[in-house]
Ligand binder design. Sequence first.
Ligand SMILES: Nc1ncnc2c1ncn2[C@@H]1O[C@H](COP(=O)(O)OP(=O)(O)OP(=O)(O)O)[C@@H](O)[C@H]1O
Length: 241
Amino acid sequence: METTVKVQQVSKSFGKKTVLSGVDLNMEKGQIYGLIGPSGAGKTTLVKMMVGMDMPDEGLVEVLQTKMPSLAMLQQIGYMAQSDALYNELTGEENLKFFASMFKMGKTEQKERISYAAELVNLKDELGKKVAAYSGGMKRRLSLAIALIHNPSVLILDEPTVGIDPELRQSIWNELTRLKSDEHKTIIVTTHVMDEADKCDMLAMVREGKILTRGTPEQLKRQYHATSLEEVFLQAGGRES
Ligand SMILES: Nc1ncnc2c1ncn2[C@@H]1O[C@H](COP(=O)(O)OP(=O)(O)OP(=O)(O)O)[C@@H](O)[C@H]1O
């Protein structure tokens, strides 16, 4: 198996607060990885390091065998942050075009990618509206479309389906599963939604800046003698946020 993301002995503090401590993770190509854990556990800090937006104090983060942060890797990584970074005064389509223009892409490919991404998140009919007039869920959907716009091989999604209705949530997960199976993308999601965690190939439970346990959803359930991931989560000492 090919390693896509390698996190080695990563530690990080903000002031006196230790947010990550000795984290090791290996993520293989063509899998969906879920990071679960209570609010404040360090999940966002960890994924930001994979994107190159934050630096470890100690340790190493590599994506596709390249030490992060790396400008060259931005073409390979699609990132959806927890808060939307969109241009409110531009329309949905203008936002997509703007972000697409930052990547190496021909005009035809750009059109195709915008169409694909807008379709996936069910925003085709709303693309002409200014983002200022979008609902919270529509903004999340546009952010997801932007993360996918350059057809990255690694997708890093921080709570991607918050504020998205169940039907669309399901179709997004179907597409994530297809991207993994057919296009061998590596997908990393943070989530508080346990039925989404169940759809991941591998899970790592983060708590107080450490990886408490990891494995497939089935392995974690067996390890904790639990029938659901919710039970695993609670038994592992997490709190719902
Ligand atoms: N730039 C920063 N400066 C100071 N403290 C920070 C900073 N970024 C994160 N933290 C702190 O680091 C800890 C971990 O935050 P992080 O956002 O990584 O958690 P999380 O697991 O993603 O939480 P949630 O599930 O609520 O998104 C929190 O206590 C947070 O307040």
